[in-house]
Design a protein around this ligand. Structure first.
Ligand code: SAH
Length: 284
């Protein structure tokens, strides 16, 4: 796959036994956080109307249609491009086709929302390129023994604007997404509110410690890269679970790492180079 030229992203995981779920809102680092409920929008990744096809020749105008017209056709084009780039997990492509990426970025940037580019989301952070999001989600799902199945509880580190959490909501039974910057946590809450995704739980806190109350996770996904994978993450991974994250080497270069928790122990696989924002400690 192509190496992303710019930063960001977050996390997810896969299925585990049904342990007790934390009650929400929860308190993390003394700060209250909320949960969300979202209505699922069933949009086929490959669907696009004839009118939508014609509309693809025009620049995308946010607000020009609402979900099933122009923007749905533009998303379908994005999904086709992802497939051409070698991303082939039908469930991931359908989820990418269902979520309105333009809804998560500033209006001034909405016209670029379906291009293969990362975009600023404020507070010095970035939303990842669609192909990086799709690639990481495919890697998470490939950890499943049943590829047609749904991920179980997933922990995402780095909520950012909430886009990836929304995509994950289509692929996982529960999504716990943690953000260390209050401004972005609030922004994600605002972005997700109208979507009413019942299985997305937004948390404010330092994701370096994971989120023990929701563990074990079938999958963990991080959108920020540090020099080491925090031990809390592997500790909160279910047996058979998979973690996907950017990892930085001594020279500062990042690569994607996949960590599988197996009965034989932890198995780590380094993949292609990536460029994510740094994983930071504490809250801000
Ligand atoms: N997946 C996001 C992109 C987020 S960019 C989206 O779809 O918009 C990465 C995010 O990780 C940033 O918002 C950054 O603040 C956050 N981050 C970095 N270190 C973190 C930590 N220790 N805990 C939680 N979030 C962290």
């Amino acid at each position: 796959m192509k190496t992303p030229s710019k930063p960001p992203l977050d996390s997810a995981g896969k299925l585990s036994s049904a342990g007790s779920r934390p009650a929400f809102p929860v308190q993390l680092n003394g700060v209250k956080s909320n949960s969300f409920a979202i209505k699922k929008v069933a949009v086929s990744a490959s669907s696009s109307s004839a009118a939508g096809q014609n509309d693809l020749k025009k620049p995308f105008q946010p607000g020009a249609s609402d979900g099933f017209g122009l923007d749905s056709a533009v998303r379908a084009r994005m999904v086709r491009r992802l497939a051409e780039q070698g991303l082939h997990d039908a469930q991931v492509l359908a989820a990418m086709g269902a979520v309105q990426r333009h809804h998560f970025v500033d209006t001034a940037l909405a016209g670029m929302a379906y291009e293969d580019t990362s975009l600023p989301i404020g507070f010095g952070q970035t939303i990842s390129k669609p192909n990086v999001v799709a690639r990481m989600l495919e890697l998470l799902r490939h950890g499943l023994t049943d590829a047609s199945g749904r991920l179980g509880r997933v922990l995402e580190i780095g909520t950012g604007c909430g886009y990836q959490a929304a995509v994950l909501s289509h692929l996982a039974t529960e999504v716990y997404s943690m953000e260390r910057l209050r401004g972005l946590h609030d922004k994600a809450r605002e972005n997700l509110r109208t979507l009413r995704l019942a299985n997305v739980h937004l948390l404010f806190g330092d994701g370096m410690h994971g989120f023990a109350k929701g563990a074990p996770y079938a999958a963990i996904i991080a959108a920020a890269g540090g020099e080491a994978i925090p031990p809390a993450w592997t500790g909160q991974l279910a047996m058979g679970g998979r973690l996907v994250a950017p990892l930085q080497d001594a020279s500062g270069a990042q690569a994607l790492v996949v960590i599988d928790r197996t009965p034989q122990g932890i198995r780590q696989t380094l993949l292609e180079a990536v460029h994510f924002v740094p994983l930071k400690s504490g809250i801000g």
